[in-house]
Write a protein that binds this ligand. Structure first.
Ligand SMILES: Nc1ncnc2c1ncn2[C@@H]1O[C@H](COP(=O)(O)OP(=O)(O)OP(=O)(O)O)[C@@H](O)[C@H]1O
Ligand SMILES: [Mg+2]
Length: 250
C-alpha cells in the first residue's frame, strides 16, 4: 500500500549533515507536498529519493529508501531507480541542442528503444498528456530551447513521463512559470495522480494545500510534521508548522 518508504534517511555534503534521520512513507497514487523554508533540505531530500544525491562529489547518504519493498540503494541499480523514479527540476532544462521530439525520446533511446513507430506514438501521447501537442505538433524538429518557459517545463514533464516512471519527483516545477502555465501544470498533476505517485517540493503554501493529499514540513533538515494535508493545514500539531503555514517565517 506504500509506494515508497523512507527509513532513517540522513544526508551529507562533505562533513556537513543536511538531513537528519527522516522517516516517512508515501502511499501509492497520491500527491505528497514537501514544504519548508529555503535551505532546509527539500531539494536534497528529493535527490536522495532517486539516487541523484550520490552524483555530487563528496555527498553521502545513510538509511533506506524502499520502493515496492526493495531498497533503492542496496537492492537496485541506479539506472533502474532513475527510470522508475523520474524527476522534474525547478528551472525547465530541455536538452538545448535537441529538438522537441528528441527531448521527449531521450530516455527511451537510452533504454534501447529505437523503433520509429513506437517512438512517434510515445511522443504524440506524452505531448498530449502535458497539453503541449497542439502547440508544437507541426514543429517537432524545432529546438526545445526555443519554446516559452511554460512550454519548456511541460516538455520536461513529457520527457520525464516518456519512460513511464512510477514515482515522479517535482522540485518547485511551477516557480519559474506565469500563473496560467502554473495552473496547467497543477491540472496535469491532478491527472497524473491516476497512475503515478507524485512528490512535489513547493514554496507556495496555497499550491501545497490545493494539490496535495499529504504534506511533509521540513525544517533545518529534520522532518517536523507529516500527515494528511487537510490535518496539517487545519490543525498542525507542531507550533513550528503552524508558524510556517501561516506565513510567520520562511
Ligand atoms: N552542492 C552542495 N554542496 C554543499 N552544500 C550544499 C550543496 N547543495 C546544497 N547544499 C546545502 O545543503 C542544505 C540544503 O540545501 P537544499 O538545496 O536541499 O535546500 P532547499 O530546501 O531545497 O532550499 P531552497 O528552498 O532554497 O531550494 C543547505 O544548507 C545548502 O547550503
Ligand atoms: Mg531547493
Amino acid at each position: 500500500m506504500y509506494k515508497l518508504r523512507v527509513n532513517g534517511l540522513s544526508a551529507w555534503f562533505q562533513n556537513k549533515q543536511v538531513l537528519f534521520d527522516i522517516h516517512l512513507e508515501f502511499p501509492e497514487k497520491k500527491v505528497i507536498a514537501i514544504i519548508g523554508p529555503s535551505g532546509c533540505g527539500k531539494t536534497t531530500f528529493l535527490r536522495c529519493l532517486n539516487r541523484m544525491h550520490e552524483l555530487t562529489p563528496g555527498a553521502r547518504v545513510e538509511g533506506k529508501v524502499i520502493l515496492d519493498g526493495k531498497d533503492i540503494y542496496s537492492e537496485m541499480d541506479a539506472m533502474e531507480v532513475r527510470r522508475k523514479i523520474g524527476m522534474v527540476f525547478q528551472k525547465p532544462n530541455p536538452f538545448p541542442h535537441m529538438s522537441i521530439y528528441d527531448n521527449v525520446v531521450a530516455g527511451l533511446k537510452l533504454m534501447g528503444i529505437r523503433d520509429r513507430k513506437i517512438l512517434d506514438g510515445i511522443v504524440e501521447r506524452k505531448l498530449k498528456e502535458v497539453g503541449l501537442w497542439d502547440e508544437v505538433c507541426n514543429d517537432l524538429k524545432r529546438s526545445g530551447a526555443q519554446l516559452s518557459g511554460g512550454q519548456q517545463q511541460r516538455l520536461c514533464i513529457a520527457r520525464a513521463l516518456a519512460t513511464e516512471p512510477e514515482v515522479l519527483l517535482m522540485d518547485e516545477p511551477t516557480s519559474s512559470l506565469d500563473p496560467a502555465s502554473s495552473a496547467r501544470v497543477e491540472a496535469l498533476i491532478r491527472v497524473l495522480k491516476n497512475n503515478t505517485t507524485i512528490v512535489i517540493v513547493t514554496h507556495n503554501i496555497q499550491q501545497a494545500a490545493r494539490i496535495s493529499d499529504f504534506t511533509a514540513f521540513i525544517y533545518n533538515g529534520k522532518l517536523i510534521e507529516y500527515g494528511e494535508t487537510k490535518e496539517i493545514f487545519e490543525s498542525p500539531k507542531d507550533p513550528l508548522t503552524e508558524k510556517y503555514i501561516t506565513g510567520r517565517f520562511g
